[in-house]
Design a protein around this ligand. Structure first.
Ligand SMILES: NC(=O)c1ccc[n+]([C@@H]2O[C@H](COP(=O)([O-])OP(=O)(O)OC[C@H]3O[C@@H](n4cnc5c(N)ncnc54)[C@H](O)[C@@H]3O)[C@@H](O)[C@H]2O)c1
Length: 287
């Protein structure tokens, strides 16, 4: 061990030994340095079975948090939950469609009953919806996106905030998009919902700034996840190139790169950050 070499110098004068022992104490890692950033915290994530939500769940588990995944899909349930539990045994899956208020309430009640608090919430569940111009868009297609991507986040925030106000602490992170800041043709429902999330986040940040609650939103560029697989980009190299070319860094992002931003916003590393919309987009929105 590196330190024992210095300790061996017992024949040194007393003041030298004192200096060495002081140095050892100063260099010895404190308990705080060993602590993970989300130890003893409970992190609630919607849409956490896949893509960005899954990467955020794994990152939070690696930082020591107890994890609750609320998702409407059950297919990946066992596999994803096994991956998370291998890192953090304190992990729970709750079946929940975020567009149904009673299911959201139940998912958050189960979180509190199981782990006693909800310290961080990532409202991430979302869908892209059926593409089409507004004049061709069916009301049901409009509503399917708005109900999940915008109203679903409102339902989650309402329930999360009820508990966070009682705790007088908490962090909420919403998942918007570059489409929360610029338009995208043939996706009016998605663009409207994601712009809505930026506004919802700012309003909430102001309402709860003195309750110890921070609220922020992430705006990712195009990220390589199953949501993009639905666009069948790998079988459409021309379309994939068009999308990649929109990013000055000339590539898609990864879910893990979004998770790094999430951990920043979820922890005290961002203790003075609230109402912010963090672009993680390879420069897309700088253009
Ligand atoms: N992938 C991208 O390029 C990209 C870019 C910007 C923003 N986003 C946003 O990031 C979020 C996650 O996207 P992703 O790419 O990881 O997608 P994904 O399809 O890989 O994962 C989405 C998850 O949400 C769940 N989900 C969908 N509807 C739900 C509902 N009603 N209730 C509960 N769970 C539901 C799905 O089951 C899935 O597990 C979405 O809000 C999306 O709009 C994605």
């Amino acid at each position: 061990m590196q330190y024992s070499k210095s300790v061996n110098v017992v024949s040194f004068p007393f003041h030298t030994v004192t200096f060495i022992s002081h140095t050892l104490v100063n260099f010895a890692p404190s308990k705080k340095q060993f602590m993970k950033k989300l130890e003893n915290k409970t992190v609630f994530i919607t849409g956490g079975l896949s893509g960005i939500g899954k990467a955020c769940a794994i990152a939070a588990a690696n930082e020591g948090a107890a994890i609750v995944i609320a998702d409407r899909e059950r297919g990946e349930n066992i596999k994803t939950m096994e991956e998370i539990k291998a890192i953090q045994p304190k992990a729970l899956f709750v079946e929940c469609n975020v567009s149904i208020y009673t299911e959201v309430k139940k998912a958050i009640d189960v979180t509190i009953d199981t782990f006693g608090s909800i310290d961080v919430a990532l409202n991430n569940a979302g869908i892209g919806g059926k593409a089409g111009r507004i004049s061709d868009m069916e009301e049901r297609d409009w509503l399917s996106v708005i109900n999940i991507d915008l109203t679903g986040v409102f339902y989650c925030m309402k329930q999360e905030l009820i508990h966070m106000i009682l705790q007088q602490s908490g962090v909420i992170v919403n998942m918007s998009s570059i489409s929360g800041k610029v338009g995208y043709a043939k996706s009016a429902h998605y663009v409207a919902a994601k712009h809505g999330l930026v506004g919802l986040t700012k309003a909430a940040a102001l309402e709860y700034a003195t309750d110890g609650i921070r609220v922020n939103v992430i705006c990712p560029g195009f990220i390589d996840t199953p949501l993009l697989t639905k666009l069948d980009l790998n079988n459409n190299p021309d379309r994939k190139k068009v999308i990649i070319d929109k990013h000055p860094m000339n590539r898609l992002g990864s879910a893990e790169e979004i998770a790094k931003g999430f951990i920043f916003l979820a922890t005290d590393d961002s203790s003075f950050v609230t109402g912010a919309a963090l672009n993680i987009d390879g420069g897309f929105l700088a253009q």
